[in-house]
Structure formats: C-alpha cells, structure tokens
Design a protein around this ligand. Structure first.
Ligand SMILES: C[S@@+](CC[C@H](N)C(=O)[O-])C[C@H]1O[C@@H](n2cnc3c(N)ncnc32)[C@H](O)[C@@H]1O
Length: 127
C-alpha cells in the first residue's frame, strides 16, 4: 500500500488543485528521500496537501508558501490536521521570497513550478 492512500479522503475538489499531488510527492521522495528534521520549502503549496504529507511522512519542517491561497486559510487547515508544529504557512510570491539565501535544505514544488517560473532564468536568479 502506498502512503498516499492514507490521504485518499482529502483527494476531493475542496483540496486538490491538480493531479494527485500527494502521490506525485511520494514517488519523488522514493527517488530523492529527505533527511528527517530538515528544513523544506513547499513552493506553491496550494491548499497544503503536500505540506501535510511532508510533515507526517517525511518528518521534516515545512515552510508552506503560496500566492493564491492565503496563509490564514492554510493555517486553519494545518491546525485541523495537527501539523502546525511542523508546518509554517506563508503568503509569498516565488519571485520575491522573504527568506535568507541557502536557508532551505530542499525545495519541493509539486505541480507548481510551471506556474511560478514564468520569468527568464527564474531558477538561477530566484532559487
Ligand atoms: C496547480 S496549483 C498546485 C498546488 C499544490 N502544489 C498542489 O499540487 O495541490 C499551483 C499553485 O501555484 C501557486 N503559484 C502560482 N504562481 C505563484 C507564485 N508566483 N508564487 C507562489 N506560488 C504561486 C498558486 O497559488 C497555486 O496554488
């Protein structure tokens, strides 16, 4: 059984903003595992499903950043899902991230990078 299957009840129109984000993340983590306790930016986290999975299944500390979904809205969900000790909601534009350089051990961006990386050399300049 895939770990993603545990979250099936959340695969509904209230939370999903694209293809099965949790399944995509699980497959990515199988290939690129994260060390427990590391600091991860979930860039374009949407409604936070991937942040939930990162906190619960990879046991990492997550900064959940998104532009269209407010930090307040995501904070309510993170409280309900009982991951507030591990997930910090941030309202931010990927083009103007409010973090120190090299602050994160890893950046995860599931089904979001093509939304955020619209300017030339985005990766080199902003990531
Ligand atoms: C298709 S949704 C995917 C959300 C989530 N990762 C998921 O898979 O459920 C794309 C997300 O990219 C975010 N986004 C678009 N442009 C952005 C930007 N410039 N900075 C930060 N997030 C951005 C949107 O707010 C939206 O939540």
């Amino acid at each position: 059984m895939k770990k993603a299957d545990k979250y099936k009840e959340l695969f509904n129109k209230e939370y999903l903003m694209g293809p099965n984000s949790i399944r995509l993340l699980e497959e990515m983590l199988e290939k690129y595992p994260l060390r427990r306790g590391t600091r991860v930016l979930d860039l374009g986290c949407g409604k936070g499903l991937t942040s939930l999975f990162l906190a619960k299944e990879a046991d990492v500390n997550v900064f959940a950043a998104d532009l269209w979904i407010s930090a307040t809205e995501n904070n309510i969900r993170f409280n309900e899902w009982e991951v507030s000790d591990k997930v910090i909601p941030i309202h931010a534009d990927a083009n103007d991230l409010p973090f120190a350089e090299e602050y994160f051990d890893a950046i995860v961006s599931i089904d979001s990078f093509h939304y955020v990386a619209t300017q030339p050399n985005f990766f080199k300049k902003k990531i």
